[in-house]
Design a protein around this ligand. Structure first.
Ligand code: UD1
Length: 350
C-alpha cells in the first residue's frame, strides 16, 4: 500500500508528523511538500523537530494570490501523482495545498482521503471554508475529527463516505505535552508561570484592514498582563506597511516558534488570544482559557465547554480575556490521541 501525503503549510506538518509515525512499518509513505510555506521557521523546523522524514518531492510553489498559488500547485502535482501512482492521496485540513491536491488527484481518478473533513465555519469570506467544502465533495473518504464534523458531512449528503477517526493534532499535542512535562528544561520563555498571555493573529480578516488591525493590536497591548505575540510573516509585513507598531506597552513580538516551544509557552501562560483554528483546540486540550478573535469557530466544542470565547470586536477582547476561569471538564471531543493509527488502518482496509 502506498499512501501519498500532500502538505504545504505549518499546521499540516504537525498532522503529517502523526501520520508519518503511524504509517511506519504499515504502509509506504510518500511525502509531497507544495512549498506554500518555505521559510525555515514556517516549514523546515517542523520536519526537524517532529522528526518527519524529508519530503520526497518539494514543488517550491511559494506565495501568491489564491488562484495563482492553487493553480500552480495543481499543475505541478499532476506529474508527481502520475509518477508515484499511489493507492491513496491523503490531503490535510483546509489550505490552498489541500484543495489543489484533492482536485489534481480526483482528475487522475486516484482515491483521495481528506483528513480533518467536515469542519465548517459557514463563513464564506474565509478561503479555508471554500477549500474545505470543495475538498470534502471531491474526496472518496472523509476522515472526520469530531461528531460535529460528521453531522456537517451528513447534512451535505456525504455520510456514506465519512468515518470518525478523531483529531490527529491531539495525537501530536499529547506526545509533545508529555515530553515537556518530563523535561524541566523544556520551558521556553523564561517568564513566571501564569504571568503572561500568548497571542497569534494571521487571518486576512484581522490583518488586512488597517483600522481593524490597529484596534486588535491596541487591545492586546492594554491587557492586564504582558502579551507575547508570535508574529506570522503576514502580520509583520502588513503592520509595517500600515505603520502599526507591534512592540508597544504590554505587547512583545517574537518570530514564529517551533511547535514544542509554542506548546510550552501556552502551557505556562494565563491564557491565549488567537485567530488560529489549531491553537484554539490545543489550548483547550491543555486547559488554557482562550479568546478567539473571529465571529465564529469550527471548533464549537471549545465554546460549548466554556474554554473558548469569541471576541470579534477589539473592544470585547479585554473582558473576554479576564473572564472567570472556566469549569474543569473531562470531556474528550477531539479523540483519545490515536487518530493517526485509525486513519492509517482505514486506508489499509479500503
Ligand atoms: C495559510 C493557510 C491558512 C493557515 C495558515 C497557517 C490558505 C488559504 N491559508 O495561511 O489556512 O491557517 O497557512 O500558517 O492556504 N509567508 C512568508 N513565508 C512563508 C510563508 C508565507 O513570508 O514561509 C508570507 C508571504 O508574504 C505570504 C503570506 O505570508 O504571501 C501568506 O502566506 P500563505 O501561505 O498565502 O497564507 P497564510 O496566511 O500562511
Amino acid at each position: 500500500m502506498r499512501i501519498l501525503s500532500v502538505v504545504g503549510a505549518r499546521p499540516q506538518f504537525i498532522k503529517l508528523a502523526a501520520i508519518s509515525r503511524a504509517s511506519d512499518g504499515r504502509a509506504e509513505h510518500v511525502i509531497v511538500h507544495t512549498g506554500q510555506h518555505y521559510d525555515d521557521l514556517m516549514s523546515d523546523v517542523f520536519f526537524r523537530e517532529l522528526r518527519i522524514p524529508q519530503p520526497d518531492v518539494n514543488l517550491a510553489i511559494g506565495s501568491g494570490t489564491h488562484g495563482a498559488q492553487t493553480g500552480a500547485m495543481l499543475a505541478a502535482l499532476e506529474p508527481v501523482f502520475e509518477k508515484y501512482a499511489p493507492d491513496w492521496v491523503l490531503v490535510y485540513g483546509d489550505t490552498n495545498s489541500t484543495l489543489a491536491a484533492a482536485i489534481a488527484a480526483v482528475k487522475l481518478h486516484l482515491p483521495v482521503a481528506h483528513l480533518e473533513a467536515g469542519l465548517r465555519s459557514f463563513n464564506r469570506r474565509m478561503p479555508e471554508e471554500h477549500n474545505r467544502v470543495l475538498t470534502d465533495h471531491a474526496s472518496d473518504l472523509l476522515l472526520a475529527p469530531t461528531e460535529t464534523a460528521m453531522a456537517h458531512l451528513s447534512n451535505e449528503g456525504l455520510a456514506g463516505r465519512s468515518l470518525l477517526v478523531g483529531d490527529v493534532m491531539t495525537d501530536v499535542l499529547y506526545s509533545v505535552r508529555d515530553h515537556i512535562r518530563s523535561d524541566p528544561d523544556g520551558a521556553s520563555l523564561g517568564l513566571p508561570l501564569g504571568s503572561y498571555y500568548v497571542a497569534t493573529i494571521h487571518r486576512p480578516d484581522n490583518t488586512d484592514d488597517a483600522e481593524r488591525l490597529a484596534g486588535i493590536v491596541s487591545a492586546l497591548s492594554e491587557l492586564d498582563r504582558p502579551v507575547v505575540l508570535f508574529a506570522h510573516p503576514r502580520i509583520r509585513a502588513i503592520a509595517e506597511r500600515f505603520g502599526i507598531g507591534l512592540d508597544r506597552d504590554g505587547l512583545r513580538t517574537m518570530p514564529p516558534v517551533p511547535y514544542q516551544e509554542l506548546i510550552s509557552a501556552v502551557m505556562g501562560s494565563a491564557g491565549v488570544v488567537t485567530d488560529s483554528g489549531g491553537l484554539q483546540k490545543e489550548a483547550f486540550l491543555l486547559r488554557v482559557p482562550t479568546t478567539t478573535i473571529r465571529p465564529e469557530t469550527e471548533w464549537t466544542e471549545t465554546l460549548d465547554l466554556g474554554w473558548n470565547v469569541l471576541a470579534n470586536e477589539p473592544r470585547q477582547i479585554a473582558a473576554a480575556v479576564t473572564r472567570a476561569t472556566p469549569k474543569p471538564t473531562t470531556e474528550t471531543p477531539y479523540g483519545d490521541g490515536h487518530a493517526a493509527e485509525k486513519t492509517v488502518s482505514a486506508l489499509l482496509e479500503r
